[in-house]
Design a binder for this molecule. Structure first.
Ligand code: SAH
Length: 372
């Protein structure tokens, strides 16, 4: 990440946090802290500054779960700091889908459970790619948005995740797969732009501490008024994905309750500003629901609405959930929808979700389905 406003703002916020915490004697979990913050912290412990670099490397590169495991620290100091929390979760459940996607239920310090998904990419002939490993992270415990087709929303909302809980999810997948994570998408449980501060801090850490390129980080949002604008002000190079799901206001309101108070035109205006400010195109996600929003006329209306917009449309065929009666359109309908967009010169891809068999696909995440 270059020296953008994001870095300085996030740095000052997190530095304030650690300062406040050390004044009060309570130390927040270390994960998510930058090299500079960790160095400042080791100095408060009466240690030389180079210990900050060692701590950084053991936290993010080696993925230690306890400060007692940092072998380069003296035995005595290790014993003193052994109880200071790093912020790692514990594995509550793990399941593997036939396509190699792994779903994790992770237990947090307050016993809340979140879901994270590890998605290895396939190369030709069905071999798992060694280079691409995507993690789908949660940004909240549950979700308050209550979109009609999404299992997470049906379960209600508990709380925002902290930065360490965001970073931990990526380190957990890295540890399990024994290789580096290349991409992170904020498409797990929750609405990231209702938790902007922690998501921004998480993004900073994933980029600068864990070492994942900004362009390989994607934030997916259903759209919260003024928050896309706020994100744009940070001039990030991360990818913005917006869950549109409908070509007009009336249909969008049927599917997404929050659309009532945030009209589609206002949302698209903020997205246009995002493109202008960041120079990055926006991805629009569109869940295809048979007979609801998947007709050729919907595709045409969508194309008209997005004409001249620097964007890409990702069509996501609906993944069934118990609590809703929607159906996934058949292949011909999906391809016909995509074709209309293509003919109208709108960049489009069909994203068949991975991990369906493990209930790990888009919209199927919930915290209470431990058995598969
Ligand atoms: N709250 C954020 C991110 C979480 S969901 C958002 O709305 O973008 C990630 C994507 O999965 C969103 O586009 C969401 O609309 C989609 N999704 C939700 N339920 C789905 C389902 N049952 N089938 C397919 N996609 C779904």
């Amino acid at each position: 990440m270059s020296a953008t406003p994001l870095v300085s703002q996030v740095k000052s916020r997190t530095a304030q946090k650690l300062d406040k915490a050390s004044q009060s004697g309570a130390i927040p979990p270390l994960l998510g802290a930058s090299h500079a913050e960790l160095t400042a912290w080791v100095l408060t412990q009466g240690q030389p500054a180079y210990r900050g670099k060692q701590l950084h490397s053991f936290l993010y590169q080696r993925g230690v779960r306890s400060l007692a495991d940092i072998s380069v620290f003296s035995k005595q100091w290790r014993a003193e700091i052994a109880e200071i929390p790093i912020g790692r979760s514990t594995l509550h459940h793990r399941s593997v889908a036939p396509d190699g996607t792994v779903k994790y239920l992770l237990q947090l310090a307050d016993s809340q459970i979140i879901e994270t998904v590890g998605i290895p990419a396939f190369e030709g002939r069905g071999e798992i790619s060694k280079s691409r490993l995507t993690v789908c992270v949660s940004s909240q415990v549950g979700c308050p948005m209550a979109c009609d087709f999404c299992a997470t929303g049906k379960g209600g909302y508990k709380r925002n995740l902290s930065r360490h809980e965001i970073v931990d999810q990526v380190l957990t997948v890295q540890e399990d797969f024994q290789r580096r994570v290349s991409h992170v998408v904020f498409m797990g449980m929750g609405e990231p732009l209702l938790n902007t501060d922690n998501v921004l801090e998480g993004l900073r850490s994933l980029n600068q501490d864990v070492g994942i390129g900004q362009r390989s980080l994607t934030v997916s949002t259903v759209g919260i008024r003024d928050r896309i604008r706020q994100l744009a002000e940070h001039c990030l190079q991360v990818t913005l994905a917006v869950s549109l799901h409908a070509p007009n206001q009336a249909l969008r309101e049927q599917l997404i309750p929050s659309a009532h108070s945030y009209p589609i035109e206002d949302l698209l205006t903020e997205c246009r500003e995002y493109v202008k400010t960041t120079g990055r195109r926006v991805s629009f996600e569109y869940v295809l629901l048979a007979g609801v929003n998947d007709l050729p006329q919907h595709a045409l209306e969508l194309a008209q609405r997005l004409r001249g917009f620097q964007c890409h449309v990702n069509l996501i065929p609906y993944n069934p959930i118990q609590e809703a009666d929607y159906k996934r359109p058949n292949r011909d309908r999906i391809l016909a929808f995509a074709k209309v967009l293509e003919q109208q010169k709108i960049a489009v891809s069909v994203r068949y979700s991975r991990g369906l068999e493990a209930d790990a696909a888009c919209g199927q995440l919930r915290a209470n389905s431990a058995e598969f």
